[in-house]
Design a protein around this ligand. Structure first.
Ligand code: ZN
Length: 411
């Protein structure tokens, strides 16, 4: 085959193949390329300006996409240039996006593969170390992120994600309109959220925030009042119901802790039944739940209270919502369900923010969807010690896998 044919097959605009080497045993192909004579424009890699003074010619080897069964390496002739602005720099080449020994399209192939498979698996398939595949994926995502327009933040979500006993919590800020996470930070303190406002938004952008969906958690509220006082705080359904689930769980534990071995065995493993929504259960599961209720009326009452609180968000008018909440609180009288009394107190303390749901329309379930995506990423892959990587991954997921989010929304 002639070099000219290899030039066509390689398809790097402005470059031609002038030497090839085929190693049949190792199934390796090596192509040496240099600029075509018509390609005279040399650009400084640091500032992007056109430069004319060339100091040195050197070679760089990068891995490119495989050619049939042959792993392909491209040896590229490059210039070191003297830029009037930056001094001696390497020239900018479209196909070499970083200092790593890979071509741009090779990195893109790895990044795309990492969207549907774990980096570990992609690495194995491509004959790379897992850490290399992750580094490539991160660069791929950074380039994607740098090249996209960031929509304004008008409806903001603030959420905490529990990472486990050691790292405890992290805070996630998301854009509820675009359904994507914007920022992640360790812990869930006021300082955590302060950090987001300080480093991620300009004054003008902070003033554009209209509504914020958030948990009834004082440190967050304090930060929001300081940085986005015009934003309406909404204690959304997802977060409020999380507290209701916790209350059910507390009642369950208190009730069955005192019970003897046989009853305790019956209760074992039923926790999630109590915490899931009744409408999502099948007949068998409902039967199990009823067995549980026959053992303990108080657990049943707690469950029903949680289920009926769910209907609070069926109301579109403040007055109706308030009346429903009042009647819900009234049901607690004489029940002596302490965790629910605590919850009722909390709801009344945060009444404005709960009723704000009727005043500002925010998409329900988005917070939950973003949260769910991040959790599924954390479950699927280790190696998210780098929060930046996790964030970019979750953003990319939000943009490419919209069907997953709509599914969650419907639930
Ligand atoms: Zn320069």
């Amino acid at each position: 085959m002639r070099d000219n044919d290899w030039t066509k097959i390689l398809g790097w605009p402005g470059y031609r193949v002038y030497r090839t080497e085929i190693d049949e045993g190792a199934k390796a192909l090596k192509l040496w390329v240099r600029r075509k004579s018509g390609n005279q424009k040399v650009v400084c890699s640091s500032c992007g300006r056109r430069v004319s003074e060339i100091c040195e010619v050197y070679e760089r080897e990068v891995r490119d996409l495989a050619c049939f069964e042959y792993q392909t390496t491209v040896v590229l002739e490059l210039y070191r240039v003297r830029c009037p602005q930056c001094g001696v720099k390497t020239e900018k080449v479209e196909q070499l996006p970083s200092k790593a020994p890979f071509s741009k399209r090779f990195e893109e192939a790895v990044g795309q593969a990492c969207e549907s498979a774990a980096a570990r698996q992609v690495a194995k398939r491509m004959g790379l170390a897992a850490s290399t595949a992750r580094a490539i994926d991160l660069r791929y995502l950074e380039r994607w992120s740098a090249g996209r327009r960031k929509p304004a933040l008008r409806q903001m979500g603030v959420d905490e994600i529990y990472l486990g006993k050691k790292q405890k919590f992290m805070t996630v800020v998301s854009n509820l309109e675009t359904v994507e996470p914007l920022w992640m930070g360790p812990e869930r303190k006021k300082e955590t959220l302060d950090e987001f406002f300080r480093t991620q938004l300009r004054e003008r952008q902070r003033r554009e925030i209209e509504a914020i969906c958030v948990d009834m958690w004082k440190p967050y509220r304090l930060s929001l009042e300081q940085w986005a006082p015009q934003g309406r705080i909404i204690y959304d359904k997802f977060h409020v119901l999380q507290h209701a689930q916790q209350a059910v769980d507390e009642v369950r534990r208190a009730e069955f802790f005192r019970q003897g071995g046989r009853k305790r065995k019956l209760v074992k493993g039923k926790r999630w039944l109590l915490l899931s929504r009744g409408v999502n259960l099948d007949t068998g599961q409902k039967r199990q739940l009823n067995q549980l209720f026959r053992l303990n009326r108080r657990v049943m009452k707690a469950y029903l209270l949680k289920e009926s609180l769910d209907r609070l968000w069926n109301y579109r008018y403040e007055g109706a919502m308030l009346r429903y909440l009042q009647s819900w609180v009234d049901q607690l009288r004489w029940q002596r369900l302490q965790p629910f009394e605590k919850l009722a107190g909390m709801l009344l303390d945060h009444l404005e923010g709960i009723l704000n749901y009727c005043r500002t329309k925010v998409p329900l379930g988005v917070v939950q969807a973003v949260n769910g995506n991040i959790k599924s990423l954390l479950r699927r892959g280790r190696g998210y010690k780098n929060l930046r990587y996790l964030l970019l991954k979750a953003q990319r997921m939000a943009v490419t896998k919209t069907e997953f989010i709509t599914l969650q929304k419907a639930a």
